[in-house]
Ligand binder design. Structure first.
Ligand SMILES: Nc1ncnc2c1ncn2[C@@H]1O[C@H](COP(=O)(O)OP(=O)(O)OP(=O)(O)O)[C@@H](O)[C@H]1O
Ligand SMILES: [Mg+2]
Length: 234
Protein backbone atom coordinates (compact mmCIF):
# COMPACT_ATOMS: atom_id res chain seq x y z
CA UNK A 1 0.00 0.00 0.00
CA UNK A 2 1.09 3.55 -0.68
CA UNK A 3 1.03 5.39 2.66
CA UNK A 4 0.78 8.89 1.24
CA UNK A 5 -0.27 9.69 -2.29
CA UNK A 6 -0.55 13.36 -3.15
CA UNK A 7 -1.28 14.38 -6.72
CA UNK A 8 -1.24 17.79 -8.39
CA UNK A 9 -1.91 19.67 -5.19
CA UNK A 10 -2.55 23.40 -5.45
CA UNK A 11 -2.84 25.33 -2.20
CA UNK A 12 -2.86 28.99 -1.27
CA UNK A 13 -3.92 31.62 1.18
CA UNK A 14 -6.70 33.68 -0.38
CA UNK A 15 -5.41 34.91 -3.72
CA UNK A 16 -1.82 33.94 -2.95
CA UNK A 17 -1.05 30.53 -4.44
CA UNK A 18 1.78 28.82 -2.55
CA UNK A 19 1.89 25.19 -3.75
CA UNK A 20 1.83 24.47 -7.47
CA UNK A 21 0.99 21.00 -8.76
CA UNK A 22 2.79 19.22 -5.93
CA UNK A 23 2.86 15.44 -6.26
CA UNK A 24 4.60 13.15 -3.78
CA UNK A 25 4.32 9.67 -2.31
CA UNK A 26 5.47 7.69 0.68
CA UNK A 27 5.62 3.95 0.10
CA UNK A 28 5.13 1.28 2.73
CA UNK A 29 8.74 0.09 2.73
CA UNK A 30 10.14 3.59 3.30
CA UNK A 31 11.21 4.74 6.78
CA UNK A 32 12.09 8.39 6.25
CA UNK A 33 10.93 10.67 3.45
CA UNK A 34 12.32 14.19 3.57
CA UNK A 35 10.97 17.41 2.15
CA UNK A 36 13.70 20.01 2.03
CA UNK A 37 13.79 23.55 0.73
CA UNK A 38 14.46 27.14 1.69
CA UNK A 39 12.40 29.56 3.83
CA UNK A 40 9.04 30.27 2.31
CA UNK A 41 9.14 27.36 -0.15
CA UNK A 42 5.83 26.01 1.13
CA UNK A 43 6.97 23.09 3.31
CA UNK A 44 4.77 23.98 6.28
CA UNK A 45 1.89 24.70 3.91
CA UNK A 46 2.22 21.18 2.51
CA UNK A 47 2.25 19.56 5.97
CA UNK A 48 -0.70 21.66 7.11
CA UNK A 49 -2.65 20.59 4.04
CA UNK A 50 -1.90 16.92 4.74
CA UNK A 51 -3.02 17.47 8.35
CA UNK A 52 -6.36 18.94 7.25
CA UNK A 53 -5.56 22.44 8.50
CA UNK A 54 -5.65 23.96 5.00
CA UNK A 55 -7.96 23.11 2.15
CA UNK A 56 -6.43 22.59 -1.29
CA UNK A 57 -7.91 24.43 -4.27
CA UNK A 58 -7.34 21.33 -6.37
CA UNK A 59 -5.54 17.99 -6.34
CA UNK A 60 -5.96 14.75 -4.43
CA UNK A 61 -4.67 13.49 -1.10
CA UNK A 62 -4.76 9.86 -0.06
CA UNK A 63 -3.43 8.76 3.31
CA UNK A 64 -3.26 5.01 4.01
CA UNK A 65 -5.39 4.40 0.93
CA UNK A 66 -8.22 6.76 1.89
CA UNK A 67 -9.16 10.06 0.33
CA UNK A 68 -8.66 12.41 3.30
CA UNK A 69 -9.17 15.71 1.48
CA UNK A 70 -12.48 16.31 3.28
CA UNK A 71 -11.29 15.15 6.71
CA UNK A 72 -11.08 17.52 9.67
CA UNK A 73 -7.74 17.81 11.48
CA UNK A 74 -9.12 15.59 14.27
CA UNK A 75 -10.18 12.94 11.77
CA UNK A 76 -6.71 12.95 10.18
CA UNK A 77 -5.12 12.33 13.60
CA UNK A 78 -7.64 9.60 14.29
CA UNK A 79 -6.76 8.10 10.90
CA UNK A 80 -3.15 7.85 12.13
CA UNK A 81 -1.35 10.79 10.49
CA UNK A 82 0.09 12.95 13.26
CA UNK A 83 2.19 16.07 12.93
CA UNK A 84 4.73 17.57 15.34
CA UNK A 85 4.29 21.19 14.27
CA UNK A 86 6.99 23.78 13.73
CA UNK A 87 5.74 25.98 16.58
CA UNK A 88 5.36 22.91 18.87
CA UNK A 89 1.99 24.13 20.25
CA UNK A 90 2.61 22.92 23.79
CA UNK A 91 0.31 23.91 26.65
CA UNK A 92 2.80 26.16 28.45
CA UNK A 93 0.89 26.38 31.74
CA UNK A 94 0.35 22.65 31.98
CA UNK A 95 2.77 20.07 33.33
CA UNK A 96 4.78 17.75 31.14
CA UNK A 97 2.57 14.91 32.34
CA UNK A 98 -0.64 16.73 31.39
CA UNK A 99 0.75 17.68 27.99
CA UNK A 100 1.37 13.98 27.34
CA UNK A 101 -2.15 13.25 28.53
CA UNK A 102 -3.54 15.75 26.01
CA UNK A 103 -1.71 13.85 23.27
CA UNK A 104 -3.43 10.59 24.15
CA UNK A 105 -6.99 11.82 24.28
CA UNK A 106 -8.17 9.15 21.85
CA UNK A 107 -6.36 6.36 23.63
CA UNK A 108 -6.98 7.25 27.28
CA UNK A 109 -7.28 3.66 28.39
CA UNK A 110 -3.76 2.98 27.08
CA UNK A 111 -2.35 6.21 28.49
CA UNK A 112 0.01 4.79 31.13
CA UNK A 113 1.28 2.03 28.88
CA UNK A 114 2.00 4.44 26.02
CA UNK A 115 3.48 7.02 28.39
CA UNK A 116 5.89 4.38 29.66
CA UNK A 117 7.17 3.78 26.13
CA UNK A 118 7.51 7.49 25.52
CA UNK A 119 9.43 8.23 28.74
CA UNK A 120 11.68 5.26 28.05
CA UNK A 121 12.64 7.02 24.85
CA UNK A 122 12.77 10.47 26.49
CA UNK A 123 13.74 9.99 30.17
CA UNK A 124 13.77 13.77 30.66
CA UNK A 125 9.96 13.72 30.35
CA UNK A 126 9.80 11.58 33.49
CA UNK A 127 12.42 13.67 35.33
CA UNK A 128 10.44 16.84 34.49
CA UNK A 129 7.05 15.25 34.90
CA UNK A 130 5.51 18.02 37.07
CA UNK A 131 7.26 21.00 35.50
CA UNK A 132 5.25 23.42 33.37
CA UNK A 133 5.98 22.95 29.68
CA UNK A 134 6.62 26.69 29.26
CA UNK A 135 9.60 26.53 31.62
CA UNK A 136 11.38 23.69 29.81
CA UNK A 137 14.48 24.41 27.75
CA UNK A 138 14.10 24.53 23.97
CA UNK A 139 15.48 21.02 23.56
CA UNK A 140 13.23 19.65 26.29
CA UNK A 141 10.22 21.31 24.68
CA UNK A 142 11.03 19.65 21.37
CA UNK A 143 11.31 16.25 23.11
CA UNK A 144 7.93 16.90 24.75
CA UNK A 145 6.35 17.89 21.43
CA UNK A 146 7.63 14.65 19.88
CA UNK A 147 6.53 12.65 22.93
CA UNK A 148 3.07 14.16 22.74
CA UNK A 149 2.87 13.22 19.06
CA UNK A 150 3.79 9.63 19.92
CA UNK A 151 1.06 9.53 22.58
CA UNK A 152 -1.50 9.65 19.75
CA UNK A 153 -0.20 6.24 18.59
CA UNK A 154 0.44 7.44 15.05
CA UNK A 155 0.75 5.20 12.01
CA UNK A 156 2.92 7.90 10.51
CA UNK A 157 4.63 10.87 12.13
CA UNK A 158 5.43 14.13 10.35
CA UNK A 159 8.01 16.56 11.72
CA UNK A 160 8.15 20.23 10.74
CA UNK A 161 11.68 21.56 11.32
CA UNK A 162 12.30 19.52 14.48
CA UNK A 163 15.82 20.91 14.79
CA UNK A 164 14.64 24.51 14.42
CA UNK A 165 16.25 26.98 16.83
CA UNK A 166 18.21 24.24 18.61
CA UNK A 167 21.94 24.29 19.23
CA UNK A 168 23.81 21.83 16.96
CA UNK A 169 24.32 19.20 19.68
CA UNK A 170 20.67 19.23 20.66
CA UNK A 171 19.60 19.15 17.02
CA UNK A 172 21.75 16.06 16.59
CA UNK A 173 20.02 14.38 19.54
CA UNK A 174 16.66 15.14 18.00
CA UNK A 175 17.78 13.60 14.68
CA UNK A 176 18.96 10.48 16.54
CA UNK A 177 15.55 10.15 18.19
CA UNK A 178 13.79 10.57 14.87
CA UNK A 179 15.96 7.83 13.39
CA UNK A 180 15.03 5.59 16.32
CA UNK A 181 11.32 6.35 15.89
CA UNK A 182 11.56 5.60 12.16
CA UNK A 183 12.48 1.98 12.96
CA UNK A 184 8.84 1.53 14.02
CA UNK A 185 6.87 4.38 12.49
CA UNK A 186 7.34 5.88 9.01
CA UNK A 187 8.50 9.49 9.21
CA UNK A 188 7.85 12.48 6.96
CA UNK A 189 10.61 14.95 7.76
CA UNK A 190 10.55 18.62 6.78
CA UNK A 191 13.91 20.27 7.33
CA UNK A 192 16.12 23.19 6.47
CA UNK A 193 19.13 21.23 7.74
CA UNK A 194 19.34 19.81 4.26
CA UNK A 195 22.48 17.70 4.71
CA UNK A 196 21.30 15.94 7.87
CA UNK A 197 17.79 15.36 6.54
CA UNK A 198 19.14 13.85 3.31
CA UNK A 199 21.46 11.54 5.25
CA UNK A 200 18.47 10.17 7.15
CA UNK A 201 16.09 9.96 4.22
CA UNK A 202 15.39 6.97 2.01
CA UNK A 203 14.01 9.42 -0.50
CA UNK A 204 13.60 13.16 -0.62
CA UNK A 205 11.85 15.97 -2.43
CA UNK A 206 13.29 19.43 -2.96
CA UNK A 207 10.60 22.12 -2.82
CA UNK A 208 11.39 25.58 -4.22
CA UNK A 209 8.84 28.36 -4.70
CA UNK A 210 6.02 25.94 -4.09
CA UNK A 211 7.09 23.41 -6.71
CA UNK A 212 8.86 20.07 -6.42
CA UNK A 213 12.01 20.66 -8.44
CA UNK A 214 14.00 17.49 -7.67
CA UNK A 215 13.21 14.08 -6.29
CA UNK A 216 15.47 11.15 -5.57
CA UNK A 217 17.18 9.06 -2.94
CA UNK A 218 18.80 11.00 -0.13
CA UNK A 219 22.19 10.15 -1.64
CA UNK A 220 21.11 11.31 -5.13
CA UNK A 221 20.16 14.71 -3.77
CA UNK A 222 23.29 14.99 -1.63
CA UNK A 223 25.34 14.47 -4.78
CA UNK A 224 23.31 16.70 -7.09
CA UNK A 225 25.09 19.87 -8.21
CA UNK A 226 22.05 22.03 -7.60
CA UNK A 227 21.59 20.84 -4.02
CA UNK A 228 25.30 21.14 -3.28
CA UNK A 229 25.58 24.64 -4.68
CA UNK A 230 22.38 26.00 -3.16
CA UNK A 231 22.15 24.20 0.19
CA UNK A 232 25.39 22.57 1.26
CA UNK A 233 28.48 24.39 2.31
CA UNK A 234 31.94 23.08 1.62
N1 LIG B 1 -1.41 32.24 6.87
C1 LIG B 1 -0.79 32.72 5.78
N2 LIG B 1 -1.32 33.73 5.05
C2 LIG B 1 -0.70 34.19 3.95
N3 LIG B 1 0.45 33.71 3.48
C3 LIG B 1 1.03 32.73 4.16
C4 LIG B 1 0.45 32.17 5.35
N4 LIG B 1 1.27 31.19 5.80
C5 LIG B 1 2.30 31.15 4.95
N5 LIG B 1 2.17 32.05 3.96
C6 LIG B 1 3.12 32.27 2.84
O1 LIG B 1 3.23 31.06 2.13
C7 LIG B 1 4.58 30.87 1.69
C8 LIG B 1 5.07 29.51 2.15
O2 LIG B 1 5.12 29.51 3.57
P1 LIG B 1 5.47 28.20 4.40
O3 LIG B 1 5.31 28.54 5.82
O4 LIG B 1 4.71 27.06 3.87
O5 LIG B 1 7.01 28.01 4.01
P2 LIG B 1 8.11 27.05 4.64
O6 LIG B 1 8.74 26.34 3.49
O7 LIG B 1 7.54 26.24 5.72
O8 LIG B 1 9.17 28.10 5.20
P3 LIG B 1 10.09 28.00 6.54
O9 LIG B 1 11.26 27.16 6.16
O10 LIG B 1 10.49 29.43 6.77
O11 LIG B 1 9.28 27.42 7.65
C9 LIG B 1 5.36 32.05 2.22
O12 LIG B 1 5.51 32.97 1.19
C10 LIG B 1 4.50 32.59 3.33
O13 LIG B 1 4.67 33.97 3.49
MG1 LIG C 1 7.89 26.10 7.72
Amino acid sequence: MTLIDVENLNVGYGDLQVLWDVSMTVEEDESVIAIVGPNGAGKTTLLKTLSGLLEPTSGTIEIFGEDTSEYSPEEIIEHGFVQVPEERNLFDDMSVYDNLRMGSYRHREQFEETREEVVNMFPVLEERRNQHAGTLSGGEQQMLAIGRGLMAQPKMLAFDEPSGALAPQLAERVFEKIEEISDDIPVLLVEQHVDRALELADRAYLLENGRIVTEGTGDDLLESDHVREAYLRG
